[in-house]
Design a protein around this ligand. Structure first.
Ligand code: ATP
Ligand code: MG
Ligand code: MG
Length: 383
């Protein structure tokens, strides 16, 4: 059988591996950890650093094509892989997505604005920041996720302290926007430019981490949803992107000055891979985001996925494993349409994504009701 490779052994890699195996592929994971969620379930595991030339050679020897499960794979590794095998997404696309400064410049071409921002790489740029960017959020240009590498600043004094606390690395200061809600759009684009998409998911973040995704008809105004889909497809086309891409958006509060200035929709960032907000597609759609990743990588046809159930996803963070006790899965699984996914992580640290729970139902109201009951059992705050 053909073997597909993936850079990174986290939960996204695990779900890619599982989708690939379901379609008859063998898999190889490259990850430095001995035990990783994807490494545990893959046929082969190359355990080296991402830039280790021998490791990359071993991966290439095994596989026919390579993808990635996280955007911080050194772009240099993808250049090496891309020279030898079909690699999707490309090193170029990942290099843009892993650097907020390059990313913003690119996102601005989507037809939807980005949050007003300034690049801060030097003390001069720090001093020259325009007053109307404050209050704002200082974000490191590279390596941030789940709100890590971000500091909220009310004024110039706090901004200076924040930049110091981030060790003066290249950053972006973004104006703090009045959010009504957040959503994301997942698209998959093939080698021939065919592009398919899911409808926008509504996302609730808590402390910078995705907590709840609501995916059903009517989760947001239709006009905004359509606008977000067009913008996400534009972004994929502009990058000549191949693979699964997720674009995150802010929906601004109506009546706010920012809404008057920017419009209802602002593009936040993109992820060159399947996304946490798309995990519901495993249970609520006829084709999941991971199957689309396999299809794009293998050059198989892409068809427009169809969502057959209303759905709500709850993230299961390490916080739920109080004193290492297992949460009461038997109680939540007694509710109708609950699907439990655990990633095989051994240590439950606070804020660590250990798994997720998807509720599927015939109607949005039923999905929400059951998800709220599950949240109540687990001690997750209502939404
Ligand atoms: P991810 O894990 O999604 O990659 P990240 O660490 O890259 O997260 P962002 O998406 O930049 O972080 O921000 C995390 C969250 O912080 C957003 O989803 C939003 O809730 C809030 N946020 C970020 N930027 C702004 C902004 N300019 N105005 C208001 N809220 C913001
Ligand atoms: Mg991010
Ligand atoms: Mg984000």
């Amino acid at each position: 059988p053909t073997t597909l490779g993936v850079m990174g052994g986290g939960q996204l890699g695990r779900m890619f591996v599982q989708a690939a195996q379901a379609m008859g592929y063998f898999t190889v994971v490259l990850d430095p950890d001995v035990i990783s969620p994807a490494g545990l379930v893959s046929h082969y595991h190359v355990q080296t650093d991402y830039l280790d030339q021998q490791g990359l050679a071993q991966l290439l020897q095994r596989c026919a094509a390579v993808t990635t499960e996280f955007e911080n794979v050194p772009a240099g590794a993808l250049v090496t892989l891309g020279a030898a095998r079909p690699t999707a997404p490309s090193a170029d696309a990942v290099a843009i997505a892993q650097d907020r400064i390059k990313e913003k410049a690119h996102l601005a071409k989507s037809g939807v604005p980005v949050a007003p921002y300034a690049v801060i790489e030097t003390a001069e740029q720090l001093a020259a920041v325009a007053d109307d960017l404050l209050p704002g959020i200082l974000k490191t240009a590279r390596l941030g996720y789940d709100g890590k590498g971000q500091v909220r600043c009310r004024n110039r004094a706090e901004l200076a302290v924040a930049w110091g606390s981030l060790k003066g690395v290249p950053c972006v200061l973004e104006k703090m926007l009045p959010l009504a809600s957040e959503c994301s759009v997942i698209v998959a684009r093939g080698w021939d430019g065919t592009c398919v998409n899911y409808r926008p998911q509504l996302n609730l973040h808590r402390e910078g981490i995705l907590a709840v995704t609501e995916a059903y008809e009517g989760n947001m105004p239709l006009a905004l949803a359509d606008q977000a889909v067009v913008a996400a497809k534009n972004i994929a086309d502009e990058l000549n992107y191949v693979g699964v891409l997720c674009v995150e958006f802010f929906v601004l509060q109506e009546g706010s000055p920012e809404h008057a200035q920017l419009g209802g929709l602002v593009v936040n960032e993109m992820a060159p891979r399947p996304h946490n907000s798309g995990h519901y597609t495993l249970d609520a759609c006829d084709v999941s985001q991971f199957e689309l990743q396999v299809r794009t990588l293998a050059g198989l046809p892409l068809t427009q996925p169809r969502q057959h159930s209303a759905s709500v996803m709850l993230n299961l963070l390490g916080d739920l494993w109080v004193n290492e006790a297992t949460p009461p899965w038997d109680k939540v699984l007694a509710l109708p349409g609950v699907h439990l996914h655990l990633y095989g992580k051994l240590k439950a640290n606070k804020g660590r994504k250990m798994g997720h729970l998807t509720v599927t139902a015939a109607t949005a109201m039923d999905a929400r009701r059951t998800a709220l009951a599950a949240a109540d059992i687990l001690g997750i705050a209502p939404f």
